[in-house]
Design a protein around this ligand. Structure first.
Ligand SMILES: *Cc1c(COP(=O)(O)O)cnc(C)c1O
Length: 437
């Protein structure tokens, strides 16, 4: 049985202070996972986990991971700004992007981040706009790979990375342009629930590194296994055992490099989902129940707060706080309020009877949850709260206000008036004892 990391009492007391909906994160869980990851790969002297910022760009969360020794993997200008602000420097930052704007390369280079090139043509582009740094990484797309899933399909159909031949050409070109330290990166499957993904990928990258060494004489100094380690979203799935994955990757390391003349390349990862996914949940209240051809529960959260079910049909486990031990003898569609029929957190889900006001916990939203939020239908994104290791709660991002939604209109004809209207409506609702979050 999947249980929320915060029990009913805790959630009720938090909801007393902070209006629903909100994403809640579990500091103790985040630290435990980071420690388990670092322990699993400690056999590799150069190991570093570069947390994929896109999975959860809240600076307070990333600060916790920094304390645990993680670096960051950024994919955009603003993510790099978060990295700089949190005090990440130089090679503590990986910059893995694609279809990259020149500004992003210029800033990444200025920070001394390790730039991970997505394409052969980006070599000249980077040179023209920022110059070629001494340390460089290239992203490899082998075209086919044994392990697949629905988020990322066959590598040959994916937009990412160099072909093998382009890697050889690219390494030679980069060396000529002044690069001295080389890395190899690949990301071939997402949310894998098998211990075999990282070892298989490590084998592919180490064999490719050996081939590059033979072809160009260039030594690959680091291998970046990127993200893709999955979590058990469903209650019947077995969570990945990161210690076992670490040991299996070690087996591949002990086998391949010795025979290929590689001298123990450093191992990097860029996990997002595995680091954060289970350590967040979306807490919402049941606002309405509706009985037509099906039974619906309408929440005060919607796909603007958590998009994965709507875009991927992704499963997120749901529990009704305080009713964890009651029989799941009702079948509901649990919906948000968007004018989009795919705004459903669950379809035909067996749950205990839900009453209005019940707190609904949507599990595993710590990664690619809040971060994917958007403002369709003029919906405002929720707050983010941190449940600290000492049991206290900290607001780490307030909920959006109408003024935030209108902010990009301030220089237009209607900007000022929109803000006045927002203020008046807030006052009116305050008088009617309602809250505009
Ligand atoms: C999204 C992404 C990650 C993180 O992926 P997870 O599946 O969350 O672990 C890592 N690296 C790159 C380049 C990515 O695009």
């Amino acid at each position: 049985m999947k249980k929320p990391f915060a029990n009913h009492e805790t959630l009720m007391s938090i909801a007393d202070v902070y209006p629903t909906p909100f994403h809640l994160y579990d500091e103790a869980g985040i630290r435990n996972t980071a420690r388990a990851v670092n322990a699993a790969f400690a056999w590799n002297g150069g190991f570093k986990e570069y947390f994929a910022v896109k999975a959860n760009p809240n600076p307070e969360i990333i600060a916790i991971l920094k304390e645990e020794g993680c670096g960051v993997d950024c994919s955009s200008l603003t993510e790099l700004m978060i990295a700089e602000t949190l005090g990440f420097r130089g090679e503590e930052i990986m910059f893995s992007s694609n279809a990259t704007p020149a500004d992003d390369f210029i800033y990444a280079k200025a920070l001394g981040a390790i730039i991970n090139l997505d394409d052969f043509s980006h070599i000249d582009f980077l040179d023209r706009h920022a110059g070629i740094p001494e340390t460089i990484c290239c992203r490899y797309n082998p075209g086919s790979f044994g392990i697949q899933n629905s988020i990322m399909s066959n590598p040959a159909d994916a937009k990412y990375g160099f072909t093998k031949e382009q890697l050889r050409e690219g390494f030679l070109k980069l060396r000529e342009m002044g690069a001295r330290t080389f890395g190899l990166h690949s990301f071939l499957a997402s949310n894998t629930l098998t211990p075999d993904y990282y070892p298989a990928l490590a084998r592919t990258l180490l064999e490719t590194a050996a081939w590059l060494k033979a072809e160009t004489g260039i030594h690959v100094a680091f291998i970046n296994l990127s993200g893709g380690v999955g979590i058990a979203y469903r209650p019947d799935e077995r969570p990945n055992d990161i210690a076992r994955i670490g040991a299996l990757v070690r087996g591949v390391y002990d086998e391949v490099p010795a025979s290929a003349g590689l001298s123990n390349p450093a191992l990097f990862t860029e996990m997002g989902r595995f680091m954060l996914g289970p350590h967040g949940c979306l807490v919402a209240a049941a606002l309405h129940s509706k009985d037509t051809y099906k039974r619906y529960i309408g929440l005060d959260a919607c796909a603007a707060d958590l998009m994965r079910p709507a875009v991927y049909g992704a499963y997120h486990h749901i529990t009704v706080s305080g009713k964890e031990n009651m029989p799941a003898d009702r079948i509901y569609d649990v919906t948000g309020s968007l004018c989009e029929n795919n705004d459903k957190f669950a379809v035909d889900r067996a749950l205990p009877e839900i009453e209005k006001g019940d707190l609904i916990v949507i599990h595993d939203t710590g990664a690619h949850g809040y971060a994917m939020g958007y403002n369709y239908n003029g919906k405002l994104r929720s707050a983010e709260l941190l449940l600290r290791a000492d049991g206290s709660v900290k607001l780490i991002r307030r909920a959006e206000r109408p003024e935030d939604y209108f902010a990009t209109l301030t220089e237009t004809r209607f900007g000022k008036q929109l803000n006045e209207v927002a203020k008046n409506v807030r006052d009116m609702l305050a008088k009617s004892k309602n809250t505009l979050r």
